[in-house]
Design a protein around this ligand. Structure first.
Ligand code: GLU
Length: 313
């Protein structure tokens, strides 16, 4: 690599008004589920004459599979999906996350927490993403206990936003999630913080990703507001599910995308997203993308959170 991502982007940042990104976690090869997010974010950026960046979300070192990042990038290349600038790696961004957390601490919005998962599960009501943190450590750590994680205060935080696919979303974070973790017990910064800091640092204007992240978005907008960042536009695409309704993922044994004949699998992604099928030779990615970009219509993406994955070519 050796290229500083941000400075390498700076020269081009004056030209494009729109900037999207694809941010895979390198936990395995690219599968059809993540291909949907890649294709949707790529088409949305290119159809609007925008830039498209790739960020590798390798923050959680415990989940990384060696070689997965290089595999994903290689597959994108074979599919003819060229990104702008150098690839960003979250694992190199700890300093930026630390500075953002510090800013929130100065405003007394962060507190240490010593609760174990078990304790939280025992004393909490169910929320939209696991148990709602009951605020046990808000007034200080329980005596004799050491801090594990750091949480953000969500006192009355109510977030409303309009998603280009899923429509109006309203969340009461305190009631539906509770004070959430920004720095984990194992010392890693939480995804919710990292994603917000990175998208701001790289001037992302449009976030197009899977609807499995829709429930995270209010937490991210809340942080954007507290940190004084610009809120990007959001579009959450339907997530591909298997016959038993499970999201395609490494855990559900989703098959890696076979990019040796790129156009049929790209057409499967396009059809999944409600777009017209492109007619071109199976290897002709250039012609595929030209036509797919020209035909892209966000308003044709199905307005559902999940959709069955098609039989793959
Ligand atoms: N790395 C996350 C994932 O693969 C996506 C993050 C994002 O798009 O904000 O689920």
């Amino acid at each position: 690599m050796g290229v500083d991502w941000h400075s390498s982007m700076a020269s081009s940042s004056t030209t494009a008004a729109r900037r999207g990104r694809f941010a895979p976690s390198p936990t395995g090869p690219l599968h059809f589920g993540s291909l949907i997010a890649a294709v949707g974010s790529y088409l949305d950026a290119r159809a609007n004459r925008g830039e498209w960046l790739v960020r590798i979300d390798d923050l959680d070192r415990t989940r990384i599979v060696p070689g997965a990042a290089a595999g994903i990038l290689g597959t994108l290349e074979t599919l003819g999906m060229a990104w702008d600038g150098a690839v960003l790696y979250q694992s190199k961004r700890d300093e930026a996350y630390r500075a953002a957390l510090e800013k929130l601490k100065k405003r007394d919005l962060i507190y240490p927490c010593s609760c174990s998962r078990r304790e939280i599960a025992d004393s909490a009501v169910a929320g939209i993403d696991g148990p709602v943190y009951p605020g046990t450590c808000r007034k200080g750590l329980l005596s004799g206990r050491a801090a594990q994680a750091e949480r953000i205060l969500t006192l009355g935080a109510k977030i409303e936003f309009k998603d280009a696919v899923q429509g109006k979303i309203t969340h009461n974070i305190e009631r539906q999630i509770g004070d959430y973790v920004l720095k984990r017990a194992d010392g890693l910064y939480a995804y919710q913080l990292a994603v917000v800091v990175d998208d701001e640092a790289h001037d992302i204007t449009d976030i197009v990703r899977g609807a499995d992240l829709l429930d995270s978005t209010p937490r991210q907008i809340y942080l954007q507001q507290l940190l004084g960042y610009t809120m990007p536009r959001y579009a959450h695409l339907p997530v591909a599910v298997n016959v038993v309704g499970e999201k395609l993922s490494k855990q559900t044994m989703a098959a890696p995308v076979d990019a040796t004949t790129p156009v049929p699998i790209l057409n499967a992604a396009l059809t999944f997203l409600g777009q017209d099928h492109v007619d071109c030779a199976p290897q002709d990615t250039q012609s595929f993308w030209k036509q797919a970009v020209a035909g892209w219509r966000m308003d044709r993406v199905p307005r559902t959170r999940t959709s069955p994955a098609p039989a793959l070519p």
